[in-house]
Write a protein that binds this ligand. Structure first.
Ligand code: DAH
Length: 329
């Protein structure tokens, strides 16, 4: 029996050394120390031994049981430690997960750039509602009752009195009504027109309006401001011109053109904004003394201006949200 005990112990120890996880450790425990395990079986044999042999083997068997149990416990806590640290392990050398960061929409970028050019000149930003009344969109801006812009074809009327603003000029009125001169602000925002959708026009676009009201404001100052903007936005070498025009809310009025020279094509003048001296009627409509104050205003389309700068030839691409277009900017 002695040799069998020794053999069993060696066998147990060599199998234990091979064990690498808790599952096979438990299988090993059952094999040797479980109810039908081979070490437990030795104890059954021991019971059958003649009385005088018992003390001799009892000691050896107990030693075997204790030493295997101890080795088992040791191994178990070792494996427990190992599995726990494996669970917590973070491999810092693994490559990270790539996320697709979006970009600012080209219209937002353009507006940001426009705003920063005017902010340097002391303009603040003022905003008004997209749903407007006929009064703010037309009447206060000196539009005669029969003006074609009031036509159902251009304007999205919500009901008899309310509409989606067709330009940002009504924000001028709100500003003049709410704040006292001196005023110096730009007013960016969405505008809506009930037009046939094409490469050139869309039912929705953005405008940037500007208004300055103070004593002694002159057309020369308007020109200087517009020229500064045009050069900052398109570059020092841009060719531009002021052309006499008409708007109900400004007198005199002008339109600003820039020279557009696409590669390999014939160049031409392209209109980018309207401007003029605020009509005294408009100042009076807002409770501003037109004897004491003068003002100038300008308004430009953001989509169109960006189309010139970046050579975009279809206004609809701004609103398609096609990633291939958006990621170019
Ligand atoms: N509101 C005009 C439009 O939508 C643009 C404009 C022209 C705005 C002259 C102005 C201005 O402030 O002075 O076509």
């Amino acid at each position: 029996m002695h040799t069998r005990i020794k053999e069993l112990e060696n066998q147990f120890n060599s199998e234990l050394a091979e064990v690498t996880n808790l599952k096979s450790l438990e299988e090993l425990r059952i094999k040797y120390l479980g109810r039908k395990g081979s070490i437990t079986a030795l104890f059954d044999e021991f019971k059958e031994l003649p009385k005088e042999e018992k003390p001799k083997y009892g000691q050896v068997l107990n030693r075997l049981k204790n030493s295997t149990q101890n080795s088992f416990n040791e191994k178990k806590s070792l494996l427990n430690e190992k599995e726990k640290s494996q669970k917590d392990f973070i491999d810092l050398s693994l490559p990270g997960i790539k996320t697709n960061l979006g970009t600012k929409h080209i219209l937002t970028q353009t507006l940001d750039q426009m705003k920063s050019i005017f902010k340097v000149l002391g303009f603040s930003v003022y905003e008004g509602p997209e749903l407007e009344s006929d009064y703010y969109n037309f009447e206060a801006l000196n539009f005669p009752d029969d003006h074609p812009a009031r036509d159902m074809q251009d304007t999205f009327f919500v009901n008899k009195d309310f509409l989606l603003r067709t330009h940002t000029s009504p924000v001028q009125i709100r500003l003049m009504q709410n704040k006292k001169p001196p005023l110096r602000a730009i007013m960016p925002g969405k505008v809506f027109r009930n037009e046939a959708i094409s490469a050139k026009s869309y039912c929705l676009f953005h405008q940037l309006e500007g208004l300055v009201v103070d004593t002694d404001v002159t057309f020369a100052e308007l020109k200087a401001t517009v020229i500064h903007f045009v050069k900052e936005f398109f570059g020092e070498d841009i060719k531009y011109r002021f052309r006499p025009s008409f708007f109900p809310f400004t007198e005199p009025s002008a339109e600003v053109d820039i020279w557009w020279q696409p590669k390999g094509k014939e160049g031409r003048w392209l209109e980018i904004m309207g401007c003029g001296m605020v009509d005294p009627n408009v100042l009076e409509n807002c409770g501003i003394d037109s004897e004491k104050y003068t003002g100038y205003a300008f308004g430009m389309g953001v989509e169109r201006t960006a189309m010139r700068k970046y050579g975009i030839d279809d206004i609809r691409t701004y609103f398609d949200n096609d990633k291939r277009f958006l990621i170019q900017f």
